[in-house]
Design a protein around this ligand. Structure first.
Ligand SMILES: [Zn+2]
Ligand SMILES: [Zn+2]
Ligand SMILES: [Zn+2]
Length: 239
């Protein structure tokens, strides 16, 4: 956190250095799927040497998940075409509003604008051969989306899982789930709430994400159930 001297912020453990939440998937048929592009997207793309995005999925339109959109220009150049973006209607509305200059035909083109092709998510869809199942979640009062890819589910920014969504979460190998801090919060699961939800979902392995500096990596992992841990930047999973 900016201007903070707490143990987590001063930690020398690289797992305590956290950029905004996002995941990048490489599928069996060599497609690349990015979920969310926040304000750290450029630094993340450089660190992890991203070269391609076949589909960009947005969970919701909060700034920590969409502010990297302008950086997609480089991928337009590399791929010689627009980037396919998928989101629910409310999120597409937020993207069009927050990036109005991208969609305004009177914006001078000279400086370079990200080229996006927007698709509305209305149910499960495919990227290449990879099926993507949207999982409705509640983020405070706002309905947002998590995503399931076969045995992997990514559920960030949630304070509740609607009744109809539990059935979409059976038989997971890996679950990534929001867990902000210990103290309850109106729009995110606390650790206790996330552990309860993770127990009910019962994935083989659960990683928490979107933590604040209230949760130092090592000490927090030590008090979690055996099948659960905090995720960290650069975590790579093979499924
Ligand atoms: Zn701190
Ligand atoms: Zn959010
Ligand atoms: Zn967020």
């Amino acid at each position: 956190m900016i201007g903070c001297d707490c143990d987590t912020c001063r930690s020398t453990d690289p797992r305590d250095k956290r950029r905004r939440p996002s995941v990048y998937l490489e599928t069996d048929d060599a497609r690349a799927i990015l979920v969310d592009a926040g304000p750290d997207f450029r630094a993340q793309a450089l660190t992890h040497k991203l070269r391609r995005i076949d589909a960009l999925l947005f969970t919701h339109g909060h700034s920590d998940h969409i502010l990297g959109i302008d950086e997609l220009r480089r991928f337009n150049v590399l791929q010689r075409g627009p980037i396919s973006c998928y989101a629910d209607p409310l999120t597409l509305f937020d993207i069009r509003r927050m990036f109005a200059y991208v969609f305004d035909p009177s914006t001078p083109r000279g400086g370079g604008l990200p080229q996006l092709e927007l698709f509305t998510i209305a149910g499960p869809f495919c990227v290449g051969r990879q099926e993507v199942v949207p999982v409705p979640l509640v983020h405070g009062t706002r309905p947002i989306l998590g995503f399931r890819f076969d045995g992997f589910a990514y559920l960030t920014d949630c304070s509740g899982i609607p009744e109809g969504s539990w059935d979409l979460l059976h038989d997971l190998d890996v679950l990534v789930l929001d867990a902000l801090r210990d103290k309850p919060h109106p729009t995110h699961f606390s650790i206790a709430e996330a552990v309860d939800a993770a127990r009910r979902i019962n994935a083989h392995r659960t990683y928490f994400t979107h933590m604040t500096h209230d949760l130092p990596h090592e000490r927090t992992c030590a008090r979690l159930p055996d099948t659960m841990a905090l995720s960290h930047d650069g975590l790579v999973l093979e499924l």
